[in-house]
Design a protein around this ligand. Sequence first.
Ligand SMILES: Cc1cc2nc3c(=O)[nH]c(=O)nc-3n(C[C@H](O)[C@H](O)[C@H](O)COP(=O)(O)O)c2cc1C
Length: 247
Amino acid sequence: MNETIRLLNGHRSIRQFTKEPIAEHELEAIITAAQTASTSSGVQAYSVIAVTDPKLQKELSVLCGNQAYVEECPVFLVWCADLQRLKTAVQISKGDEVEIASTTENFLIATIDTTLAAQNAAIAAESLGYGIVYIGGIRNQIAEVTKLLGLPELVYPVFGMCVGKPDQAPHIRPRLPQKAVLHRNRYDASIQENLINEYDEIYKAYISSRSNGAACSGWSDAMGDKMPIPTRIHMKEYLRQQGFYLE
Ligand SMILES: Cc1cc2nc3c(=O)[nH]c(=O)nc-3n(C[C@H](O)[C@H](O)[C@H](O)COP(=O)(O)O)c2cc1C
């Protein structure tokens, strides 16, 4: 083990923050770390909006499903997939009449680039003693968020991220047994059921200790409740309207 792996293995989402602001030079260091993430062919197809305006944070917290920590954290980062800047680059190079290809592949590239940059930022923030939580709730009312933040065509918010000094010390959430996710040479589906059963017991103990015995459902129950229900079905039409035609 080394310091970096210890830091990664110590991750847990933080949902209560102190009022301590983030120094500008630390925010800049976090974003520099984000920018060093690998990026598909160097396209750097993302932008991040650092929201610190309390009124805006309040509005976003409501739009994210009344998640109070969006308002309470000192900085709320909105990570956006961004093909708009690339459109400008193409126009500079080729002239106004040439468009970037609006393919599913380019949508994926932008979304992947955004995610890699954000996760680098998360690790950098944690290394500086901050805590983070990703906020997928930003897609609950994504059209309203898009308007509020003035996002142009070819830009969409993939997720938000609360950043701040932790004011809580939650348990680390246990992950699946490594054998369930690490396959050797070929994919092996046959072992999954046993490993899920194994994980269910670990997960039940975690949920029980987290809730002081009030709940003790397994991971398969949690996924069974969640995964059959379609969520955010507005995303397809929203992405089309933002210029991600997904051809
Ligand atoms: C893309 C993404 C979106 C998420 N959205 C939310 C969210 O809206 N609200 C929230 O409280 N946690 C959110 N989370 C945090 C997850 O619930 C959390 O990472 C997961 O339960 C594992 O727990 P841990 O981060 O403490 O290890 C999100 C995580 C990811 C990766």
